[in-house]
Design a protein around this ligand. Structure first.
Ligand code: NAD
Length: 277
């Protein structure tokens, strides 16, 4: 039976921009009750008001205190969630040899431990309610078939794939479905955050990457529409946007060919060889 989105309480992390914001719009259009959260309080307030969200709660998912407060606030204002969309995350660009342990830790702390923390904060109440529910973990095509200069990001998204797969198995006999999402190239603010670049990345490389995204990327609402459909149908894996399906399939069929394609596209964007030249 299809999951009923109309009237469902949907919590989205990282809801003030990009894919999270597009999800908020798509779920609102289907009659969901929005509970929006983001680390950026101003953008969150603005978008929450525009979308008539039931509640907006500023939260840094890498802070245990913030996440505990988020869970308390959600319980108080809406009595719980039916759909939990773990979308908040950061990108990180940098050759392996230019990425410090501190940056590895920051990426893993947000993209992996942050997600784990949020799931741990909400899963017990979701299970106790006995209601049909959905947990959506936004991974990336990089969690299956990465390109060069993204070791920390790719590792974090591989971890999201692994934890989602195991969580899905453990919740198999419950009314809660787990959907992992592998978006391809999506035009959002993710490539614009200079904080998430290693010192070895040059402005010319960023310009080339931005041009590549502008040319090949899709709008975030493409991903949001597929996520809504994935939740409705309880789909285990949503591959969405340019190259997502192709790259994931290619990696499954031949790692050798997938790697060759990734090397070529890394060179095209200027993230291989150029990084050290
Ligand atoms: N854009 C792409 O091409 C692409 C491709 C694959 C996967 N993704 C994934 O999609 C998700 C959303 O990314 P996006 O492209 O929409 O980027 P974005 O930068 O437009 O949006 C990310 C949102 O997350 C918030 N955020 C960042 N750190 C946070 C934290 N510690 N706590 C709470 N909120 C935080 C930001 O404020 C922002 O509003 C990420 O997990 C990203 O890895 C993006």
């Amino acid at each position: 039976m299809a999951f009923q989105i109309d009237g469902a309480r949907v919590l989205i992390t990282g809801a003030a921009s990009g894919i999270g914001l597009a999800c908020a719009e798509a779920f609102a259009a289907r009659g969901a009750t929005l509970i929006l959260s983001d680390i950026d309080p101003e953008a969150l307030r603005r978008e929450g008001a525009r979308l008539n969200a039931r509640t907006t709660i500023a939260c840094n998912i890498s802070s245990a205190e913030d996440v505990a407060q988020l869970a308390q606030e959600v319980q108080r204002t809406t009595g719980g969630v039916d759909v939990l969309i773990n979308n908040a995350g950061i990108g990180y660009l940098g050759a392996f040899e230019d990425t410090s342990i501190a940056e590895w830790q920051r990426v893993i702390d947000i993209n992996v431990i942050g997600m784990v923390r949020v799931i741990q904060a909400f899963l017990p109440a979701m299970r106790a309610s006995g209601r049909a529910g959905s947990i959506v973990n936004v991974a990336s095509t990089a969690g299956f078939a990465p390109t060069a200069s993204m070791a920390a990001y790719a590792a974090s998204k591989h971890a999201v794939v692994g934890l989602s797969e195991v969580l899905a198995m453990e919740l198999h006999d419950t009314p809660i479905r787990v959907t992992m999402v592998a978006p391809g190239i999506v035009n959002t603010n993710i490539v614009k955050a200079s904080r998430n670049l290693s010192p070895g990345i040059r402005p010319a490389q960023i310009e080339r990457l931005q041009t590549y995204y502008d040319k090949k990327g899709c709008a975030p609402d493409v991903i949001a529409r597929d996520i809504v459909r994935g939740v409705e149908r309880g789909v285990p894996l949503v591959r969405s946007g340019p190259y997502a399906r192709l790259l994931c399939t290619m990696m499954r069929l031949s790692r050798r060919i997938a790697r060759r394609v990734a090397i070529n596209s890394s060179r095209d964007i200027g993230f291989l060889a150029a990084a050290k030249s």
